[in-house]
Design a protein around this ligand. Structure first.
Ligand SMILES: Cc1ncc(COP(=O)(O)O)c(C=O)c1O
Length: 361
């Protein structure tokens, strides 16, 4: 008999479930389950990846200086206060690992991103789920849930899978109201989809207890490459860098992310196309009796009458080669999360939901 046991919390983790990509027996499949960019990355980013592939025998930079400088230029932030990670997931992990442990509490919200409780458990802390108000983060409820054990509050703004967001005043009130030992993490994975939203940059710059995270996986179309970053006061970046492995990002990741960032025209085109098609799809679904909250992201959370209807619609969409995301695990059993694809995918999904609602299945 061995006495080998995992650290506290590890066995509490429910494995992360990614979006499905295949349907048995259907070949012409459209994947609308992972909030990916339907156009792929910018051509200049793909070219940078190819060029970098000639340098695979070289170790990458340890300090990510060039990518951080580009982030500094494009987002008008201080590169010294930026940290890069293997997806924003890794930056979130650095935060949890550095600031929470056994006996501490990590707050996330009712329909919050499923990585937050996973990260809390992984470092032995206790995840604390706080109610939302009609699928929107509720600042007062979070503040009321804070205790002297609270160390981190994770919120995605805009949020996944609801697509809703809270304004800067609400974020400021949250940051100001937290106990002195607690950090606010503003997860900006979808920030670029909201024109004129800085993702929380200005709040990070005004406060000592706020961290913003961002990703290249969504609007930049680089989910397969795994690159993200965080922006925080220098003292926090100094802490996070101590748990970061020196070569966490490869030469290909660094070069590709930098090229993607610099192609601002491509990014802007993706944003405006997404906004146009999101608006079109939301209206088309509403006309079919399927409501959704105004979304600030690249997906819509479609609400059905009940779980049976949502499950039946999901099953029908699959037969039509359309893969969307069931979100019962997020406390939204009557909803389906539908990524905004290209125009033909949006038309296909609206057409199929129309058939389903009219009983033409
Ligand atoms: C709210 C939110 N945060 C973070 C992530 C993680 O993104 P990344 O690919 O950068 O790890 C996702 C991905 O789906 C997300 O939806």
């Amino acid at each position: 008999m061995t006495k080998i046991t995992p650290q506290p919390g590890i066995m509490e983790i429910d494995l992360y479930v990614g979006g499905a990509a295949h349907v048995e027996g259907v070949s012409d499949v459209v994947k609308l389950s992972s909030n990916e960019n339907p156009y792929g990355p910018s051509p200049s980013a793909s070219a940078a990846a190819r060029r970098a592939s000639y340098e695979l025998h070289r170790y990458p930079s340890t300090d990510h200086a060039e990518l951080r400088a580009a982030i500094g230029e494009i987002h008008d932030v201080d590169p010294e206060n930026v940290i890069c990670g293997v997806g924003s997931d890794e930056v979130l992990q650095f935060i949890a690992q550095s600031y929470a442990g056994p006996g501490d509490e990590v707050i996330y919200t009712e329909h919050g991103f499923s990585m937050y409780p996973i990260l809390a458990h992984a470092c032995g802390a206790t995840p604390v789920k706080v109610a939302e108000k009609d699928r929107v983060v509720d600042v007062d409820a979070i503040l009321a849930a804070c205790t002297d054990k609270t160390r981190i509050v994770f919120i995605a703004n805009p949020a996944n899978p609801t697509g809703t967001m809270i304004d800067l005043d609400a974020c400021t009130r949250l940051a100001e109201g937290l106990p002195a030992e607690a950090l606010l993490v503003l997860d900006g994975a979808y920030a670029e989809f909201e024109a004129d939203y800085d993702g929380g940059v200005s709040l990070v710059e005004r406060r000592e207890n706020v961290i913003m995270t961002r990703t290249f996986s969504k609007i930049y179309g680089l989910g397969g490459l795994r690159i993200g970053w965080g922006y925080a006061p220098r003292a926090i970046i100094d802490v996070l860098n101590r748990v970061r492995q020196p070569f966490n990002l490869s030469t290909v990741q660094l070069a590709t992310a930098e090229a993607a960032l610099r192609d601002t025209d491509f990014m802007e085109k993706c944003r405006t196309d997404n906004e146009r098609l999101r608006c079109w799809l939301a209206t088309a679904l509403k006309d079919l009796g399927v409501e959704s909250d105004p979304s600030h992201t690249n997906f819509i959370l479609a609400r059905f009458a009940n779980q049976n209807e949502a499950d039946a619609c999901d099953a029908y969409l699959k037969t039509q080669g359309l893969i969307v995301r069931k979100v019962a695990g997020y406390g939204l059993p009557n909803c389906l999360r539908i990524t905004i694809g290209d125009e033909s995918s949006c038309r296909r999904v609206a057409h199929a939901i129309g058939q389903f609602k009219r009983g033409e299945t």
